[in-house]
Design a protein around this ligand. Structure first.
Ligand code: CP
Length: 335
């Protein structure tokens, strides 16, 4: 496997390999000197056409912890604003001998185009493209869940999956590449996923995704849940009104204080609350929930560095295993 473009085509074997390697990498973050020589002399380019805080910084930290040289490129302030194309930008980076290109782009499919165009020879890692995919976010989410799940089960994380775990992903699914990548990866790892959203914020074709779909957050919580992932309302991608008011959205679809208390009433003491960030506090998640002992928001950020170290290391060292057989299609057969 040369590129990391999505989770739909990621085999269980490759997913577990990345998570296990990330487990080893996490030990580096605990050391006084947080550095390994593994990618010395290699060049990683962070190519960001869309804003980012967590992903961009953690890819930079990951590459530096592996001793790679890092070039940060953001479309703002570059010749992209003068109309330079993705091809010309990519070939400029190729001329600088990039070994890996980490790309975030507003257009779904831009990373795949870069990987298959022949414009560059570098490994391509998708850091989020349009509403399509955000594979390293899903992997860091799975890493966070696996640590929690294995601790509950009293089993080692390494080699383990998420079989039997009940995960609810709630909110603006329509615009969420995080939701898409999580649904596919969680299914591959054996979790049971339920998407919860207003009908207006569910994509066409969601019935073919390998998960359940519900419009009722409270009923879904009452049925039992091990991890709740709240999604950001992506106002910047909305060109229409998708819900009556922010107040109504928070009441029906937000993880508010009442729902936080409900977890205690349901005696779901081990249920975790996740959010990929950035958060709209008071809209899809209350501050009490985001800052509660159940919240994994900050561990998710921390785990992002380990997962991105693993992805960079495996792709650039050539140690990422080839997929022995094509990844099985996880899609429901609704024919
Ligand atoms: N979760 C995530 O992708 O955050 P950023 O947009 O800050 O990178």
């Amino acid at each position: 496997m040369r590129h990391l473009l999505d989770t739909e085509s990621l085999s269980r074997d490759n997913a577990i390999q990345i998570l296990d390697t990330a487990q080893e990498m996490s030990a580096v973050g605990e050391r006084e000197v947080k550095k390994l020589p593994a990618l010395r002399g290699r060049t990683v380019v962070n190519l960001f056409f869309e804003d980012s805080t967590r992903t961009r910084i953690s890819f930079e930290a990951a590459a530096k912890r592996l001793s790679a040289d890092v070039i940060n490129f953001s479309a703002k302030g570059s010749s992209v604003s003068k109309g330079e194309s993705l091809k010309d930008t990519a070939q400029t980076l190729e001329a600088m001998s990039a070994d890996a290109v980490v790309i975030r782009h507003w257009a779904s499919g831009a990373p795949a185009r870069l990987a298959t165009s022949g414009w560059i020879d570098a490994a391509v890692i998708n850091a989020g493209d349009g509403t399509h995919a955000h594979p390293t976010q899903a992997l860091l989410d799975a890493f966070t869940m696996r640590a929690h799940w294995s601790q509950l089960a009293g089993t080692p994380s390494v080699g383990g999956d998420l079989a039997g775990m009940r995960v609810v992903i709630a909110g603006d699914v329509l615009h969420s590449r995080v939701a898409r990548s999580n649904v596919w990866l969680l299914r591959t790892l054996g979790a049971h996923v339920t998407l919860v959203a207003p009908p207006t914020l569910l994509p066409v074709g969601v019935g073919h995704w390998p998960c359940e779909v519900s419009y009722d957050l409270d009923a879904t919580l009452d049925a039992g849940v091990d991890a709740i992932m709240m999604l950001r309302v992506q106002a910047e991608r909305m060109d229409a009104s998708f819900f009556p008011s922010t107040r109504e959205y928070a009441r029906r679809w937000g993880f508010d204080d009442a729902r936080l208390a409900r977890l205690d009433e349901l005696k779901l003491k081990d249920t975790i609350i996740m959010h990929p960030g950035p958060m709209n506090r008071g809209l899809e998640i209350s501050s009490s929930a985001a800052d509660s002992a159940r919240s994994t928001v900050l561990p998710q950020v921390r785990n992002g560095v380990s997962v991105r170290m693993a992805a960079l290391y495996l792709l650039l060292s050539g140690e990422m295993r080839e997929q022995a057989t094509p990844a099985p299609s996880n899609a429901k057969d609704n024919s």
